[in-house]
Design a protein around this ligand. Structure first.
Ligand code: ES4
Ligand code: ZN
Length: 338
């Protein structure tokens, strides 16, 4: 895609990045060999014949669930704290090259604890990478613990309790909670208990809503889970009143353009409500979601938006300021980002 120097140079904040979704086929393949993890046999799924075959399969996802199948198999190669550290440091290296100054990173502990990798091991590796990225690149970062909505709410509750017991909520290791995985059929209010518990603490709250699900998933996240952000939120365009509310309440929508195209939520980037959000004053940021799976990192997403919409510098200023003001870092850090 076309490269825009001013978009590279603009200080960027990433708010919607699943760290497990930054696992490149190359790293996946090398960790599988190192950790003796058997991937599906290539006679069953030829995509696993080589990293290149896998890359090609990633270009043809038909839905969120089709992607999630590969996403959960991919992360099965992550076993040790050092694997999570390598994964996250590889992400930070790329994010730094793209001009990211601050990153808020989703992780899916249940996808690891359910296969015998402890919550503590996952966080140990991620935190090691965060410290190294801060020191070497000056990138500030936070972790957002996501619950998998296809699993029972009781499993989310157990995960919440474990993170809390380790002190990760009170010591700032985890800044907030999120909700991800299959959306349709798993509305946010199923997870009301953990959101209510988080609401009694300093934890911030977000949820994926209005990606494949309709606009009622967005209003239910806001009304029933008291979320402060909406991840994806593209179905906001189907309810004018809700859209105006999100604008007036300054709720940040974390958009992921290349993800929405790859998962066929829209046909092309130009079909996303970027112009609409700008005209209505809806605050949003532009993010990569699962960059190793969706054909681009954050700068590719910024450039795709520019190619599709030809935004003005005033528009880009609005996006940059919204991203900084909507970040979950302290006010001192925000001042240095602005
Ligand atoms: C995800 Cl694109 C997307 N949607 C929902 N859940 C996810 N987990 C990782 N990527
Ligand atoms: Zn996502």
């Amino acid at each position: 895609s076309a490269h825009h120097q001013f978009l590279h140079d603009m200080p960027k904040c990433e708010h919607h990045l699943h760290i497990e979704g930054s696992l490149s086929p190359t790293l996946l393949s090398s960790l599988a060999a190192k950790n003796s993890i058997s991937l599906p046999d290539s006679s069953v799924d030829p995509s696993f014949a080589s990293p290149t075959a896998l890359e090609q399969r990633y270009e043809n996802f038909t839905s969120l669930d089709d992607f999630l199948h590969y996403y959960f198999i991919g992360m099965s190669v992550l076993l040790h704290a050092s694997d999570f550290e390598s994964l996250a440091y590889e992400y930070f290296t790329r994010a730094h090259a793209d001009g990211v100054h601050h990153a808020e990173i989703f992780f899916d502990p249940q996808a690891h604890t359910s296969r015998g990798v402890s919550y503590g091991v996952v966080v140990e590796g991620l935190v090691a990478a965060q410290k190294k990225a801060e020191k070497n690149f000056g990138i500030s970062s936070k972790l957002i613990l996501c619950f998998l909505r296809h699993l029972p709410a009781s499993h989310a509750g157990e995960t919440y309790t474990e993170a809390e017991a380790l002190g990760h909520f009170s010591d700032g290791t985890v800044v907030g909670i999120g909700l991800d995985s299959s959306e349709v059929g798993f509305p946010p209010e199923i997870f009301r208990e953990v959101y209510d518990a988080a609401g009694k603490t300093t934890l911030r709250r977000t949820a994926h809503a209005g990606e494949e699900g309709d606009h009622t998933y967005i209003s239910r996240a806001l009304d029933l889970c008291n979320t402060e952000r909406i991840d994806h939120g593209i179905r906001l365009v189907d309810n004018e009143e809700l859209l105006k509310r999100v604008a007036s309440e300054k709720i940040l929508v974390t958009m992921c353009p290349l993800s929405n195209v790859r998962l066929r939520c829209v046909t092309k980037v130009a079909d996303l409500p970027v112009r609409k959000f700008l005209d209505e004053g809806v605050r949003f940021s532009i993010n990569s979601d699962d960059p190793a799976y969706f054909g681009g990192y954050i700068l590719d997403n910024y450039c795709a938006v520019q190619e599709a919409f030809k935004l003005s510098l005033v528009d880009w200023r609005f996006i940059a300021v919204a991203a900084i003001e909507g970040s979950w870092c302290d006010e001192e850090r925000k001042k240095t980002l602005l």
